[in-house]
Design a protein around this ligand. Structure first.
Ligand code: NI
Length: 556
């Protein structure tokens, strides 16, 4: 339960503002206080007065009878040697929703790591860890905490402290989709030490995304509760003559801390299929905001509804009353529940263009040089099938020959890089020659794909200050050289790419050698099996790396 700020301040602020509210809507349960010109209660629609806000039995979240059928999501999975196992999933094309999910997971990962004395850094797991299969396990976020902890698909195997994150995409209707994250922690003995659920909603139409609390109007969440408490409890259970308001109490300031405490005390916002809103908040709130007699009234109301008022109180609010207190997204979600329809469809955005945070999940950048070649489409198919992206460092002369492949590389969410026109050693050329090698290639790539490269791979990894300055884009070398051009044999090639990889590595291969193309499926699977996200150079460096410099890998 959330700790509330100074109780005395709370009581003084609350009693006064409750009174003002009563006056403002003409329900008159309390007398007015004076001197609070800064307080402007929201008005309640007239028709709402007839509708009823009621205290209802708490509704425990259960697995929806039918999970929505949503395809095309980009599943995530993070497993560490320190007891963390997390699953969540991204909605392609919804950057804000994905960012909020990643930040929720990251906050827990960092907290847990700090608690066990680990400085969190993303890292790959051992070869053969089988982490290819990612995203939510349907229904897992509704399981009992100890069942989550005991499931090897959801939790780390170690007997040490654990953090497990389970997820479900539990709602999808029209443009509205919701994902639930369940965070469970356990001590070394297996006892549950934390169990928290957060639900995130998004509306593809407006681009708005928020967790449960963001469904409420955030400008004055405190008033929301005062209002609902008033409707649900005070009118029915509080005797007017016991009203605690004291004339002359002018302390109506509601501090930011108090606002935050109240916001934190909302434990759930749920929706019924008639669009009613169920708000569950800690009863600390209801008690703190009212006199002892009102606290008793809260208890009576809760007991009448079969609730344990020592913990939380759930109230049901008809949508017409709730609307003014919901955010635009909140109204959209409530209306969506009232008029469900088929999922609008997952946007067709390729994995390389979906939100990626390489400081949370371990990333590597697979790079293919010297193409495109006749087998490049095969490589693109394998990447797409494995929800992965790569960077292609292209030769101008090859681009001229296979312009369609260049276009497909970009459409698949891969990155296009410049590998010069015809593979000359840039350190042997004068400035004009370097300019021509780089610029002709930039232009050919732009002509074929519509996009100009922002990264350069100098042939042979050979660079000097002149080459860097003239090219004007960063030189991206590599930290793992598979030496695939030596045709080392499939087994050796796979091992040289997969086994030594650490988060931030840049792996060098060529999509012009048949042996490489034949090994690519196992290389991708092997890297994903170790938990890596295969992403582009730009994602690895979180946007374009600064120009005029040379990079061999990224560090976290
Ligand atoms: Ni090359």
């Amino acid at each position: 339960m959330t700790s509330l700020p100074n109780r005395k301040t709370l009581l003084r602020a609350a009693t006064a503002t409750t009174a003002v509210f009563g006056l403002a809507v003409g329900l008159g349960a309390c007398s007015a206080s004076s001197g609070d010109a800064g307080y402007h209660p929201q008005s309640v629609p007239a028709e709402a007065k007839g509708a009823e806000v009621t205290v209802v039995p708490a509704v425990a979240p259960t697995t929806p009878a039918q999970m929505p059928d949503v395809s095309g999501l980009l599943g995530q999975r993070l497993v560490t040697p320190d007891g963390i196992a997390a699953r969540w999933t991204y909605l392609p094309g919804d950057e804000e929703f994905n960012r909020q999910l990643a930040e929720a997971v990251k906050a827990k990962v960092l907290d847990f790591s700090a608690a066990i004395g680990v400085d969190y850094k993303p890292q790959g797991m051992p070869v053969g860890s089988n982490l290819q299969e990612r995203g939510c396990v349907s229904g897992s976020s509704y399981l009992e905490a100890d069942k989550i902890l005991a499931d090897p698909a959801l939790s780390a195997a170690s007997g040490d402290q654990k953090l497990s994150v389970a997820c479900d995409v539990f709602y999808a209707s029209g443009p509205v989709l919701a994902q639930r994250l369940r965070f469970v922690t356990a001590d070394g003995g297996g006892a549950v030490t934390g169990d928290e659920t957060r639900e995130f909603y998004t509306d593809l139409e407006s681009g708005a995304a928020a967790d449960t609390k963001g469904l409420l109007k955030v400008d004055d969440p405190a008033e929301l509760y005062r209002t609902f408490w008033h409707f649900a409890v005070e009118e029915k259970y509080v005797d007017e003559k016991d009203s605690p308001v004291t004339d002359g109490d002018t302390d109506t300031t509601i501090s930011d801390d108090l606002m935050q405490a109240l916001l934190n005390d909302v434990q759930a916002v749920q929706f019924t299929d008639s669009g009613d809103v169920l708000v569950t908040a800690g009863t600390d709130y209801f008690r703190a905001f009212n006199s002892e007699s009102e606290a008793e009234a809260t208890q009576s109301a809760a007991q009448a509804a079969g609730q344990d008022a020592n913990d939380t109180l759930t109230i049901k609010i008809p949508l017409e009353i709730a609307s003014p207190y919901l955010s635009d997204l909140g109204v959209k979600v409530a209306q969506s529940y009232a008029t469900p329809t088929a999922w609008a469809g997952t946007p067709a955005v390729p994995p390389g263009n979906v939100y990626t945070d390489c400081s949370l999940t371990p990333c590597v950048a697979v790079t293919f040089d010297d193409g495109p070649g006749p087998q490049t489409p095969e490589v693109l198919d394998i990447l797409a099938k494995n929800q992965s992206a790569a960077t292609f460092f292209l030769l101008g002369i090859q681009v001229q020959q296979y312009p369609d492949s260049v276009k497909k590389e970009l459409e698949g969410g891969n990155e296009l890089g410049n590998h010069t026109w015809d593979h000359k050693d840039l350190t042997t050329l004068n400035a004009d020659q370097v300019h021509q090698e780089v610029e002709d290639t930039n232009k050919a790539i732009e002509d074929a794909s519509g996009q100009r490269p922002t990264v350069l791979r100098p042939p042979y990894g050979a660079w000097n200050e002149q080459a860097l300055t003239v090219a004007g884009i960063p030189a991206i070398l590599w930290s793992i050289d598979t030496e695939d051009w030596k045709i080392p044999g499939t087994e050796k090639l796979i091992a040289s790419a997969v086994d030594p990889a650490v988060a931030g590595d840049i792996i060098l291969m060529h999509d012009i050698h048949p042996e490489t193309v034949a090994a690519v499926p196992q290389i991708i699977e092997g890297l994903r099996g170790r938990g890596f996200v295969l992403t582009t150079i730009s994602n690895l460096f979180k946007g374009d790396p600064p120009s005029d410099d040379v990079y061999y890998r990224q560090y976290y």
